[in-house]
Write a new protein. Sequence first.
Length: 450
Amino acid sequence: MHARTIIEPFRIKSVEPIRQTTRAQRETLLRAAQYNLFLLPADDVLIDLLTDSGTGAMSTHQWAAIMEGDESYAGSRSFDRFQASVQDIFGYKHVIPTHQGRAAERILFGVTCKKGDVVPNNTHFDTTRANVEYTGAEAVDLLIPEGRHPEQSHPFKGNMDVAALEALIARVGRERIPLVMLTITNNSGGGQPVSMENARQVSGVCRRHGIPLYFDACRFAENAWFIKQREEGYGEKTPKEIAQEMFRLGDGCTMSAKKDGMANIGGFLCTNDDLLAQQEKNLLILTEGYPTYGGLAGRDLEAIAVGLQEALAEDYLRYRIASTAYLGKAIAAAGVPIVQPPGGHAIYMDARSFLPHIPSSQFPGVALACELYLEGGVRSVEIGTLMFAAAAQMDLVRLAMPRRVYTQSHVDYLVEVILEVWKNREAIHGMKLTYEAPFLRHFTAHLEPL
Ligand code: F0G
């Protein structure tokens, strides 16, 4: 038999209860959270799709590896296992552990960027942009035009616009571009993959101009799966072979192990450059820790070493990408505007089309996210005008799927909640900002309905 139903490729060994609340309770809770879902206690959320970062379930193999953690300050055997696992996939000479992705970013940009520099990326994630800008450099997004239109389908909507990269280098000059970054998959642009062909072209441009290429590799395994499914010539390769081939095109990477590292905390920075690695390790020691643990416990290094390999398993990736697509297809079939095609780790609803009566200045994404919480206790996140202010090219609401956490009936419930909000969309009001921090304002902003 060739079964059509794609099942969760695991059974459940330990469960964590989730709590139902009433609509009246949620109204009070949302008001108390100043209409910012980041400020809600997690216990008051039924289905939490705020992020896929650090929220995954670990496997029995990871928990077993955790018991093997060597907590020695220097030269821990857990570091050796971590380094071997990272190098097996990523292939870079230096592996520097950090407590999460943004620490790797801060260190990388801290040693490579200065005021007046320009860093191109297909699309910077919020922390990546903030860490570039914190050094005084400018973060420039060079996504292909298709990537900016939610309704347009394209197999590799995360691709960088190679002509725009060439034009930028010609305009500002090679000396002002310390590195180019490629984010796989492109989180802010809808969890969309970058093709091997595009990475090859970007790598070619970088090599020709002598500019290092770094990957923001958070969801590299999902990206590899999309290449296997969609790109000519990759159908017979394993996700690991595809990932290895892609990383060979670059000079290093930043990584949040809270995504495709299948861990609850952790990250790393890789480079082939000896001098840079030395400078990076010096900064690491200043704020993260000694280079064989970098702000992580030995047991965290063990969990990541195992998790990185599990993220590349074909049965896992097949289920992962199919379950995200299942949610996207179900709501899109009822007319809900989403970024097409469904991404790897999340479905992104297009709030500007969902709520055409709410202008961007009134945060349609925040309004929609609040309504999903009121309707069904679902927590999502706005990726739009609140997060990026004037740099926002779209107003999206992201439903990010934690790894190996929710089952198909949770997703069926989600579909019901979203379709109910869709039915009543005309009654939803815009929002007004009442407090904002000077950077990364979405985390702490206060709002109120208009
Ligand atoms: N790069 C990308 C593409 C990301 O999605 C994230 C985090 C980071 C870097 C930073 O990693 O959180 O470990 O410091 N994204 C999470 C999210 C927070 O919800 O998408 P971190």
